[in-house]
Design a protein around this ligand. Structure first.
Ligand SMILES: Cc1ncc(COP(=O)(O)O)c(C=O)c1O
Length: 403
C-alpha cells in the first residue's frame, strides 16, 4: 500500500540550486570537454591562498589536539583573533564570546536567519540580492521582501524605499556593502541614514561584511553598528576569510552578535556540523592575525580589471553598466537587447540570452534572474586580464549582431 506523500519535503523541494554554482559547473564541464569557455560566473578570487597561511595549516595537521573534536563554536584562539581583527579593520569592538566560527560565510547566513526568524517574519532584502539570502530566509520560515534598486541609483536602496516595504511583520533588514552581485558600496552617510531608520523602528540588522577589504577609488567600507552604535544589540555581522585571503575552499566564516543570538546559533551548529575543520581554523588564525598585504595586491589587480570590464561593457550598444565600487562583480543591464534577433534566435529573457552567449560565444555569465532582477547579467572579474578581455570581446562581437 503506498501512502501519497511527496518523496522530498516541501521545505527542501522549494530550494533552488545555486544558480551561480550551476553556471560555474556548466562552464567547467564544457571546458573539460575541450571547449574554450571563458567563465565570468565564479565568485572567487583567481589567486592561490598566500603561502604563510597554507604553511600554518600544514603545521596544524600534526598537532594531536586538532585531530579531535574542538568546541563547536570555534577554537578559542580563533574567536579571540577574529574579535581583534574586527576592531582593527572596522572599528567594531566585540568580545571573543560574541564570535561564532562557521563553515564558511554561508553557514553564518543560514544560522543568523535560523536564530532570528519565526514563521511569517519578514526580512527586507535589497535587490539585486546574493542568491543564497532568500533561500536561507525561507528555510528558516521567514519571508524575504525584495526592495529593488536599479542602475539609475547604482543599485542602492533608499530609506524611503525601505520604509515603503516595512510592515508590522518586518523583523530584519539585510544589509550588504560592498554588494554581491552589484559591487555597490554605500557611503557613510547612506549607512547612517539606513541604520538610524532601522533603529527607530526596532528592526534587527543582518549585515554581510565579507567584501570589506575590496573597495576601489574613493569608496570606503563602513560597518553599520560602528556608524550607528545604538544598533549593536540587534545586529548580526557576517564575515569570513574566503574573499579577503583567497580562501574559498577552506570553509571558514563567522558571525558576530549579541550573546543570546550567538548562543542560539552555536546550539544549532553543535547539532548540525560541530566544529569547523581544525586545520582550516588554524589557517584562518594565520590569515586574520597576519597583515593585509595579500589583499592589497589582489585589490590592485581587481581594480585594473574592474576599469577594463566596465569600459568594454559600456561600449557594447544596448548594455548599460554603472561603475561598481567594491567586491569583484559588474552588473550590466541588457534590457535593451532582449527580444532582438541574434544568430536566428530572439532571446526574450536574460536566462535565454545567457544560454545563447554560452552556446555561440563560449562565455559563461550569470543571468539576473538568479539575483531577483531579470534583464541583467553578473560578471565576476576575478579572472586573468587576458581571459577577461577575450571574453568580453566575444560577447561584444555577438551582441553587436543584435537587430
Ligand atoms: C555576499 C556574500 N556573503 C557570503 C558569502 C559566503 O562565502 P563563503 O561561504 O565561501 O565563506 C559569499 C560568497 O559568495 C558572498 O558573496
Amino acid at each position: 500500500m503506498s501512502i501519497d506523500r511527496p518523496r522530498i519535503s516541501k521545505r527542501i523541494a522549494a530550494i533552488s540550486e545555486s544558480a551561480t554554482l550551476a553556471v560555474d559547473a556548466k562552464a567547467k564541464a564544457l571546458k573539460a570537454a575541450g571547449r574554450p569557455v571563458i567563465g565570468f560566473g565564479a565568485g572567487e578570487p583567481d589567486f592561490p591562498t598566500p603561502g604563510y597561511i597554507v604553511e600554518a595549516a600544514v603545521a596544524a595537521c600534526s598537532v594531536p589536539r586538532f585531530h579531535k573534536y574542538t568546541p563547536a563554536g570555534g577554537l578559542p584562539e580563533l574567536r579571540a583573533a577574529i574579535a581583534e581583527k574586527t576592531e582593527r579593520d572596522s572599528g567594531y569592538k566585540v568580545e571573543a564570546s560574541q564570535v561564532l566560527v562557521t563553515n564558511g560565510g554561508k553557514q553564518a547566513v543560514y544560522e543568523a536567519f535560523a536564530a532570528l526568524l519565526d514563521p511569517g517574519d519578514e526580512v527586507l532584502v535589497p535587490t539585486p540580492y546574493w542568491t543564497t539570502y532568500p533561500e536561507s530566509i525561507k528555510l528558516a520560515g521567514g519571508v524575504p521582501v525584495d526592495v529593488v534598486a536599479d542602475e539609475t541609483t547604482g543599485y542602492k536602496v533608499s530609506v524611503d524605499q525601505l520604509e515603503a516595504a516595512r510592515t508590522d511583520r518586518t523583523k530584519v533588514l539585510l544589509f550588504v556593502s560592498p554588494s554581491n552581485p552589484t559591487g555597490a558600496v554605500y557611503s557613510r552617510a547612506e549607512i547612517e541614514a539606513i541604520g538610524r531608520w532601522a533603529d527607530e523602528h526596532g528592526l534587527w540588522v543582518v549585515t554581510d561584511e565579507i567584501y570589506e577589504h575590496l573597495v576601489y577609488g574613493d569608496a570606503e567600507f563602513h560597518s553599520m553598528p560602528v556608524v550607528v552604535p545604538e544598533l549593536a544589540d540587534r545586529t548580526v555581522v557576517l564575515n569570513g576569510v574566503a574573499k579577503t585571503y583567497a580562501m574559498t575552499g577552506w570553509r571558514v566564516g563567522w558571525l558576530i552578535g549579541p550573546a543570546d543570538v550567538v548562543k542560539a546559533a552555536a546550539n544549532l551548529q553543535s547539532h548540525a556540523t560541530s566544529n569547523v575543520a581544525n586545520v582550516s581554523q588554524a589557517a584562518a588564525i594565520a590569515a586574520v592575525t597576519g597583515d593585509l598585504s595579500a589583499v592589497a595586491e589582489m585589490r590592485t589587480s581587481f581594480d585594473r580589471r574592474r576599469r577594463t570590464i566596465v569600459r568594454m561593457l559600456n561600449e557594447i550598444p544596448g548594455v548599460v553598466c554603472p561603475e561598481p565600487e567594491g567586491a569583484f562583480y559588474a552588473y550590466p543591464s541588457v534590457k535593451e537587447l532582449l527580444g532582438k534577433e541574434i544568430r536566428g534566435k530572439r532571446p526574450e529573457t536574460s536566462v535565454e540570452l545567457a544560454a545563447l552567449i554560452l552556446e555561440e560565444a563560449e562565455v559563461a555569465l550569470v543571468p539576473g534572474e538568479a539575483f531577483g532582477t531579470p534583464g541583467y547579467f553578473r560578471l565576476s572579474y576575478a579572472l586573468g586580464d587576458d581571459d577577461l578581455v577575450e571574453g568580453v570581446s566575444r560577447v561584444a562581437k555577438l551582441l553587436s549582431e543584435a537587430g
